[in-house]
Design a protein around this ligand. Structure first.
Ligand SMILES: [Cu+2]
Length: 327
């Protein structure tokens, strides 16, 4: 092969590569997620800019993605730009988050065009995120030029027609509030007390010998005054507590809300696996899937109300943070 041919073929190769890589966008590894849950974003960088190495990657955090923490990357420096959120978001510990990381910058590394790499951050998808796409614009700064992955489709436009689409995460509808194992909830009941509405109480079946079980429901305050869920009873439990989930030392744990769970006027608070829940403690007997259990709930202002819990499958719904490892 003459030198000339070699050169010609490598040019041809180069062209093919450029054409192929133009199709490879910056994308998220996991492209669907539920609102009201943690999310790990893995941004996949398939190539540089026009054949040159990537030196910096910036990710913009959209509204509704809160409590963001970037994952440090060997060989890269990490910077975050923090700022105010578009509004106040409820989070674990009954915390109200008003600000946090809005942009992440990985810099000082060098990702050659012919290599692939991933940049990761963890965060929480706010419970009120609307189902549909959520865009995470990414900018790659390279030895020569930059690539901005920030195009967002206009209404009716096909995302795939975009030249440099922003990585998209599809927020899934929470049509089944209680996750799987919950067909029985179709005929769920609504209870009223004072200005409160309690919808579809349910509990999880317990494995043999379990001493605790979780109860879940939706509570809406239609009144003008805040109220609090402060307690309740079920006949088969020694104690009844109101719990929240909180991250402690990187591990999700549950703990008692000693002042109860506030339901503000006009608000609906959902008790669900992985979030607020009521806890039946010191169980005298287990809960079996399919049965109905009677109990009461006690509110600070509205007082006492009788409810019935439907018992769903063991582990039905989202996992509760690795079991009941509290107390
Ligand atoms: Cu609990």
């Amino acid at each position: 092969m003459s030198r000339k041919t070699l050169l010609a073929s490598s040019i041809a190769f180069g062209v093919t590569f450029a054409a192929a890589s133009a199709l490879a966008h910056v994308t998220l590894e996991v492209r669907e997620a539920k609102a009201g849950a943690p999310y790990k974003a893995t941004l996949r960088i398939p190539h540089g800019c026009d054949g040159t190495a990537t030196l910096k990657v910036r990710a913009q955090i959209p509204d509704g993605v809160i409590a963001v923490k970037p994952m440090p990357k060997p060989g890269w420096q990490l910077e975050t730009v923090t700022g105010k959120y578009d509004k106040t978001y409820p989070y674990y510990h009954g915390q109200q988050l008003t600000e946090g990381v809005r942009e992440i910058v990985w810099s000082g590394g060098k990702l050659p065009d012919e290599h692939y790499d991933e940049f990761v951050f963890a965060g929480f998808l706010a419970g009120d995120l609307k189902p549909g796409p959520l865009y995470i614009p990414v900018t790659q700064e390279c030895e020569k030029g930059e690539a901005r992955w920030a195009d967002i489709p206009a209404p009716g436009q096909d995302r795939h027609a975009l030249k440099a689409p922003a990585p998209a995460l599809i927020i899934l509808a929470q049509h089944s509030q209680h996750g799987s194992g919950h067909a029985a909830m179709a005929d769920s009941k609504v209870y009223k007390v004072g200005s409160l509405t309690i919808e579809a109480p349910w509990a999880r079946a317990t494995p043999g010998g379990a001493k605790v079980a979780g109860g879940f429901m939706k509570i809406t305050n239609n009144g003008k005054e805040p109220d609090r869920l402060i307690g309740g009873t079920v006949p088969f439990a020694g104690r009844f507590e109101v719990h929240e989930m909180a991250v402690e030392g990187g591990i999700m744990k549950m703990r008692e809300l000693s002042k109860g769970l506030e339901i503000k006027p006009g608000e609906t608070v959902e008790l669900k696996p992985g979030g607020y829940h009521v806890m039946f403690m010191d169980l005298k007997s287990g809960l079996k899937e399919g049965e109905t259990i009677k109990g009461t709930l006690v509110f600070e202002k509205a007082g006492k109300v009788d409810v019935e819990y439907k018992v769903g499958a063991i582990g039905g719904g989202a996992p509760m943070g690795g079991g009941h490892s509290h107390h």
